[in-house]
Design a protein around this ligand. Sequence first.
Ligand SMILES: O=C(COP(=O)(O)O)N(O)CCCCO
Ligand code: NA
Ligand SMILES: [Zn+2]
Length: 313
Amino acid sequence: PYVNTKDILEKASEGFYAVPALNINNLEFLQAIIEAGLEESAPVIIETSEGAIKYAGNGNIMRGAKLFVDMVREYADTIDIPVALHLDHGKHFEYIIAAIKAGYSSVMIDASEHNFEENLSITKKVVEIAHSVNVSVEAELGRLVGIEDNVVVAAHEAALVDPDEAVEFVEKTGVDFLAPAIGTSHGAFKFKGEARLDFDRLKKVKERTGIPLVLHGASSVPQDIVELAEKFGADFKGAKGVPSEILKETVKYGINKVNTDTDLRMAFIAGLREFLAGNPTEFDPRKYFKVPKEYVKGLIKERMRLLGCSNKA
Ligand SMILES: O=C(COP(=O)(O)O)N(O)CCCCO
Ligand code: NA
Ligand SMILES: [Zn+2]
């Protein structure tokens, strides 16, 4: 069934496990995600960025949002695992309102580049609107910056979440789940040296707010996938993500939604490059997207098991 993201995340928080939030831009990634959820009997959170909505709607935001809701609901309403659709990194009201009107389960208002007071007042406004029509809301505190090696640069310190601010923020906004910045960053090149996350801040935010928490920039960038893609012509030098063991630790300290986009893209392009190299005569997309979809599905199933949401549907 198609559900509210909050239902999935409240259960995850109570059960001390996490659910991957998986970004899509097209049909093939949706198919891989749904198949992975069915095979793992796991809850599924699908998310789209504003860019994905613009892409699907050829610039028409309402059309793009409706396309994703219709695609996801057609699958969700015919299977017995819970499925939610979330607007990732909503920054512009036009997209946030379009997502709510189209029927998204939840929206993120990402006002983290503003100062605390600004972020709080913008988030409060979105929560009031979204909650009036039973849509849940995610917000972000702190900014996504990698923690450099062993020297945590003062500027980066300032970017990380302040646990004391988190309590006030949650109380005053009524936000349903929160993304505390603890040292991750988006994309395939997250850390120059060893990966370090600020677990102390994470633990404090969980203890003081008690609500489901979200990890952004959570892709692991598995080296075997990187090497496979490079074997067939990709150049991903220096690609590095969040090691699986560290990802597991974040769940122990209270993370319940794990945003994952780069890993899906890496798995897909590695599979596509490998298939195309071995099948020079193939030109049917249903054929040449099959192996990439299998790679994406396999990675998602592994991630569901790692995060503990398999058999939790
Ligand atoms: O936090 C994340 C996931 O980050 P990543 O998959 O790059 O680690 N997202 O919000 C997904 C979209 C960001 C662009 O990749
Ligand atoms: Na999000
Ligand atoms: Zn993110």
